[in-house]
Ligand binder design. Structure first.
Ligand SMILES: Cc1cc2nc3c(=O)[nH]c(=O)nc-3n(C[C@H](O)[C@H](O)[C@H](O)COP(=O)(O)O)c2cc1C
Length: 209
């Protein structure tokens, strides 16, 4: 039996480009894994809390000495860690927001990375797991674009997966999501549609592999 952890970030529901493409990924993955199990973690519907002082200090307090509220917060982080460690494969769909990742995804990463438990120092927590990111951008940050170099998301999210031990990491990006939505972007509608088709095909191929 194989387990896919499907993490969603966009709050845009059925209008979300990243969710739409990830949905195709999950459909193909499910067809390719007859006995597969998909675990849904929707960070828009159920955001994880930002770290506070109490939960940060939990790591420095022996388990039996943690007050109940601190223990509960730490246990919630451990549940997220055990969930991702228990998955064979992970697909994360996310928009680009302000040239980086939405804070709900950053908060998720902050929750699961705990020194000595799951961290970036020689960790093998995600080793052997296939990690796929599906990113929707409103514009384009490709070479030659006016804002080439402004994308501070792609390399960061790739780094998180590889720092945690994953070696099979792919970022699939669709561009120009704001065409047809934000005024002045009309000329990019064709690029947008072609980009969504290409990203969807890439996602489906990856899910089937
Ligand atoms: C708060 C916010 C910030 C955004 N910042 C950027 C940005 O920095 N760069 C960009 O290309 N698009 C930006 N966008 C546009 C989204 O990336 C784009 O609409 C994308 O399709 C969103 O993904 P979704 O459709 O899955 O929600 C932003 C959108 C929002 C709502």
């Amino acid at each position: 039996m194989s387990t896919l952890l499907h993490i969603s970030v966009s709050p845009m529901g059925d209008h979300s480009i990243s969710r739409g493409i990830a949905g195709e990924f999950v459909t193909v993955w499910t067809a390719a894994h007859a006995d597969g199990v998909v675990i849904e973690r929707d960070l828009a519907a159920n955001p994880v809390p930002h770290l506070d002082a109490e939960v940060i200090m939990a790591g420095y307090v022996p388990a039996e000495e943690r007050p109940a509220s601190q223990a509960a917060k730490h246990d919630a982080r451990m549940a997220l860690i055990n969930e991702i460690l228990g998955a064979d494969e992970i697909v994360i769909s996310t928009p680009m927001w302000n040239w980086n990742l939405p804070s709900v995804l950053k908060a998720y990463f902050d929750n699961i990375i705990i020194p000595g438990v799951l961290d970036g120092s020689g960790a093998d927590g995600l080793r052997g797991k296939k990690v796929t990111y599906i990113v929707a951008q409103g514009g384009s940050y490709a070479e030659g674009a006016p804002r080439f170099g402004w994308d501070h998301q792609t390399e960061y999210i790739r780094l998180v997966a590889s720092a945690l031990g994953a070696t099979d990491v792919e970022v699939i990006t669709s561009e120009f999501g704001l065409a047809g939505v934000a005024p002045g972007m009309e000329n990019f509608l064709e690029h947008k549609n072609a980009s969504i088709v290409a990203a969807t095909e890439a996602a489906k191929a990856r899910a089937a592999a």
